[in-house]
Structure formats: C-alpha cells, structure tokens
Design a protein around this ligand. Structure first.
Ligand SMILES: [Cu+2]
Length: 244
C-alpha cells in the first residue's frame, strides 16, 4: 500500500514538473544601453606599417554613441545565470571575423561556444591575428594576402581579446557564451534577446571601455522584459527595468 502511494506521489510530481515546464514558457529581453557624459576625443595613432592600406593616422574611438541621445553601440549583453541545458535552440555557427582596412570587423562579436571563428584577410597587406583568452593564446596566425580563411572552434566561454601583431592599433573582442541568450547593441543602443526561459534572471552588459553593469530582471512568459542600462562618465552606472 505504501509502495503504491509512493508510486502515485512520484507520478504526480512528474506531472507537476512537466506542467511547470510548459507553463513557464519563454519571453524576450529588450536591452537599451546609454552613455551619460562627454565622449572622449579619439586617440590619434601614427601608422608606421603599411600606410598605403592603413592610412597614415588612425583615430581610435572606443565609445560610439548617438548624439544627443547617448545611445551606446557595441555593448555586449548576456543573460548571466542560465547554463546550457541542451534543450534550447543553439546558435552555434560559423562566425566570420575579417581583417578589413586595418581593423577587425565586427569590432565586437558575441557568439555561442561550439561556434567556429573564421578569420579572413580582405586587405592587400599581411596581418597577424593574435587572440588571447584569459591571458592564454587561443590562436596566433599570420594572415597572408589572398590567403585562405583560418578557422578554429571556440570551446571555452568568456572574453577573447583580438589583436594584430603587425598593427598594434588593431583590436577587437569576442565574447563566448555557453547558451544562446546574448546580443550586441546596435547604433540605437538596442539589443533584443529572444526565447529566454521565463523567470528571474541576471543580465549583464559589457563594454570594452566602460566596463560591466548588471540588472536583475523577470522575463514574463510570452512577454517582454525591458532593461535600460546607463554608463556614466565617472565610471559608475545604473539600470532600470520593467516587465510587460
Ligand atoms: Cu594587422
């Protein structure tokens, strides 16, 4: 009798679990990132190698904002507290990183672990793409003129720094996420992450110059959560959030 009761209890709890799963559903996260403050003037770099392709002077601007709204481009956004369950749709794919006009395009690139990073050289000069992850070399490869793309699978999550050993002013970033819930802000400072499991989550925004901000949000099933992040000139920042 006790066994039967236990058996029924187990069945009931399984039913409840699967109900909870289907009821939970998915929603979207809308992120808006702003910068409040004076945009620092670009850093002027004199070019000594390959000026015919790279130009003689590079003006490096690491904070790209729309004026006067202050909407910040190239901030990478990620849901922090989800670990890949294997049930979600993956976004693993081949991601192309170009050496183009002596810069990396795209400048910042979020991707899912398991994706292949395909590095190509579109310039008529040699580059040497050198990517590090947690201070260790991920890849260090000479990119000859008209050479074949070089591909390598990104297995480990985290931030990758992209540099060129020939042109020290070239830099970029790759952020590898274990799960598919990430994005990067466009010219309007916006990023949208879809199909996020409903519930409470921590999301973070990372910018190469301004650092990181976090917010706690609640994603409603079949709805949208909105978070606005503000980076301040003095190095502080805050976030506001809203559920719909
Ligand atoms: Cu280069």
């Amino acid at each position: 009798m006790l066994l039967i009761a236990l058996f029924i209890a187990v069945i009931l709890s399984n039913v409840q679990e699967s109900l909870a799963e289907t009821e939970q559903g998915h929603g979207a996260v809308n992120v808006h990132v702003l910068y409040r403050g004076t945009v620092p003037p670009p850093t002027e770099v004199k070019v000594t190698r390959d000026p015919e392709t790279c130009g003689t002077t590079i003006y490096r601007q690491s904070i790209t904002v729309r004026s006067p709204s202050g909407e910040l481009k190239d901030a990478m956004v990620m849901v922090e507290d989800i670990h890949a369950s294997g049930k979600e749709q993956t976004r693993t794919q081949s991601m192309v990183l170009s050496n183009s006009k002596c810069s990396f395009s795209p400048h910042v690139m979020p991707l899912q672990t398991g994706s292949t990073l395909e590095i190509q050289n579109l310039d008529q000069v040699m580059h040497n793409t050198h990517i590090t992850h947690e201070l260790r070399t991920f890849i260090n490869v000479a990119m000859v003129v008209n050479g074949r793309p070089v591909a390598k699978r990104v297995a480990n999550p985290g931030l990758y720094r992209v540099q060129c050993d020939v042109h020290k002013f070239m830099e970029g970033y790759v952020l590898a996420s274990e799960h598919p819930y990430f994005g990067v802000t466009d010219e309007r400072g916006s990023a949208k992450i879809t199909d996020v499991p409903a519930g409470e989550h921590d999301i973070s925004v990372w910018h190469e110059r301004l650092g990181q901000l976090q917010a706690h949000i609640t994603v409603p099933p079949n709805g949208e959560a909105t978070a606005t992040f503000e980076f301040h000139e003095d190095g502080t920042g805050h976030s506001r959030r809203m559920n719909r």
